[in-house]
Ligand binder design. Structure first.
Ligand SMILES: Cc1cc2nc3c(=O)[nH]c(=O)nc-3n(C[C@H](O)[C@H](O)[C@H](O)COP(=O)(O)OP(=O)(O)OC[C@H]3O[C@@H](n4cnc5c(N)ncnc54)[C@H](O)[C@@H]3O)c2cc1C
Length: 322
């Protein structure tokens, strides 16, 4: 019987949804393979979500210190290294988030254990993990094995699993102090700044008309803005639209933009890269228009139209004015 470690990601006293998603998947693996599920919480003293985590794990190792309240990749790497040396987990699951991308590869170098990044699934075969990753902008799934090792590191993509509480666990909480002899961190936490809502708050909209690079040029943004007003929606977008300065950053949906939860999300000319799709997991109904029938957005769409977006927009405008 082995152990699966899940690194708890949290910010400003709140657990991040990626943690619940990883615990969901780890629970699935532990039930199938009789492994123990251990959540590793590195944070401040008595974090408010500790009981929630304990109800989703067999064990919680909480390394607590006021200096660990805010994320520091250097300290995470050192603490996780020591915990892995003491406990020998088979797999350490980390979120494929700015946190995980910071300390995950460094921890792999320090431990000498292989790492697979940005995984959308993980399974165990003959006691060893195999992971599923997407290649060619999500058009192909690849199954990847890692070299034989005493331990394995995986970073899991946000939105790959449900965040529901499953199993009937009441994990024992083992509190530990931060080791006194940690090397001084090269990085320092300075301050947490929440991105402003901007002139429009896409996180509060019930109907979002979201545009991607497929709109082609800046002038067409005005066409989509007009359409959005006609149907009573709010305009949002993918990252290239912001990178090209066609819309301000506060319109952007996705991992480096906002997470949205409209009742209806209309995606026009958006391919459906995971960084975008991770921002719409809370959307009610997703309707996508894309001229490429293999675009990954159709995997998450409730309804899809394979056509030129401007043809569809014109047709809808006509219907609305009829
Ligand atoms: C660290 C990091 C963070 C990121 N964060 C984000 C994020 O927060 N949000 C985000 O969106 N992206 C983010 N990205 C970028 C992401 O990887 C994709 O590059 C991006 O989402 C693609 O945007 P897109 O779908 O608009 O463009 P593309 O991938 O270029 O897709 C354009 C789509 O439009 C379709 N199309 C073209 N013309 C038409 C037409 N006339 N009618 C209909 N369909 C048409 C095409 O078939 C294509 O599918 C991030 C990337 C990195 C590395």
């Amino acid at each position: 019987m082995g152990e699966i470690f899940v690194v708890v990601e949290h910010r400003q006293g709140e657990v991040r949804e990626i943690t619940h998603q990883m615990l969901w998947k780890a629970n699935d693996l532990c039930e199938k393979h009789a492994h123990t599920l251990t959540a590793v919480l590195i944070g401040g003293k008595d974090e408010p979500f500790i009981n929630d985590i304990a109800e989703r794990a067999d064990k919680v190792i909480a390394v607590e210190d006021d200096g660990l309240k805010d994320f520091n990749g250097d300290l995470y790497k050192e603490i996780l290294y020591r915990l892995m040396q003491e406990n020998h987990p088979l797999v350490l699951m980390i979120g494929h988030t700015p946190w995980g991308m910071d300390f995950g590869p460094a921890l792999s170098v320090k431990t000498g254990f292989p790492i697979a990044t940005d995984c959308v699934d993980i399974l165990l075969e003959n006691g060893r993990p195999k992971v599923i990753r997407q290649i060619y902008t999500g058009k192909i799934f690849s199954k990847v094995s890692m070299k034989e090792s005493d331990g394995y590191l995986v970073t899991m993509r946000s939105g790959a699993f449900p965040a529901d509480k499953v199993g009937d666990r009441k994990g024992e909480v083992i509190k530990k102090e931060m080791p006194a002899d940690l090397p001084e961190a090269a990085k320092q936490f300075v301050a947490f700044e929440e991105a402003g809502a901007g002139a429009v708050d896409i996180t509060q909209a019930d109907l979002l008309v979201s545009i991607g690079r497929g709109v082609g040029e800046q002038d067409n943004v005005a066409v989509m803005q007009e359409f959005s007003e006609i149907i009573g929606g709010v305009l949002s977008c993918s990252r290239p639209v912001v990178d090209k300065n066609w819309l301000p950053k506060y319109h952007q949906v996705g991992t480096s933009g906002k997470s949205v939860k409209p009742k209806v999300y209309l995606a026009f000319g958006i391919s459906g890269a995971f960084q975008h799709v991770a921002g719409i997991t809370g959307a009610g109904c997703v309707i996508a228009v894309n001229k490429d029938k293999k675009a990954p957005i159709f995997r998450v769409a409730d309804y899809g139209v394979v056509d030129d977006l401007f043809k569809i927009v014109e047709a809808l405008k006509e219907k609305c004015s009829a």
